[in-house]
Design a protein around this ligand. Sequence first.
Ligand code: PHE
Length: 345
Amino acid sequence: MENHIENAEKLRLEALSALEGVQDEKSLEDFYVAYLAKKGSIPGLMTHMREVEDKAAFGAAVNKARGDVTAAYEAKKASLAQKALQARLAKDKIDLTLPGEPMGVGHVNPYRLVIDEVIDIFLAMGYEVCEGRDVETDRFNFELLNVPKDHPSRDMQDTFYFGDDYLLRTQTSAAQAHKMTEMEPKRPIRMIAPGKAYRRDDDDMTHSHQFAQIEGLVVDKDISIAHLKATLELFAKRMFGQKREIRLRSSYFPFTEPSVEVDVSCFNCGGKGCAMCKGTGWIEILGAGMVNPRVLEACGYDPNVYSGFAFGVGVERVAMLRYGIDDIRRFYQNDQRFLKDFPLK
Ligand code: PHE
């Protein structure tokens, strides 16, 4: 007759020695299924209970086998998990002393270089820089600037509307209206407002539906067109060279009276005439004029006490002339090959 007590002991020893050979989680799983799971050989010993005479001794032997093997199994499981962790830590180790991936240094967009230069020039003359806003109301973009709802000049500045009252500003001149209406109590102003403007233009080499302008505004007592001319002449010389001269041609803007276009003598040929100035010796750089008394009044300044001048510079145009850029669309394409030609100052 089979000795079931001895068999239980044999199975215990066999399992323990089999466990010695287990080196990975997959074989551990197989081991568990073979020996310890419900249908494994150790619980399977109990099927012999009926045949055994000394049931107590047999029971004790089975319990010992199950207890020892389960404990050894748990210990093995823990040690394998520990080893796996160690292996992963060793593999994932990072060396913090290794040099990192170099990050490319970006470049300032050339239109921004021009804005920064203009800001420097006007800060030195005691102007403050105002922000303005890209999304405007009809009131600030047009009405306060003496452009009523049915004014024909609106057609030239048709733009992107959000409903009836909100729009992307068509001109940084809207910043003038903000500055004047918000100034309390009313007192003199010297400000420039660089920023973007938007017009529903067909994009081509010289037109973009988005572009940058720099607005300038001076309001004070006894401001005359002589102040305007002297200021813009100083600006032109600082921006384009000491030898530059300016000339004023009469023009029209609803918010200035009188209005002028300002040309600077060609900084390419010095005024003799070349391709850049189309043979005229002069290059148009900005629009300007004396602040229309109606604008002063609408914005809360007494036109009998205050007068002022304003100007608006087309930034990309200046940058194109200055750096020999042929297509205005390049400013907004984010092409690194273009941008990298304009290193940091
Ligand atoms: N806002 C005008 C334009 O966009 C430029 C301008 C500004 C003219 C200030 C006169 C005074 O064309």
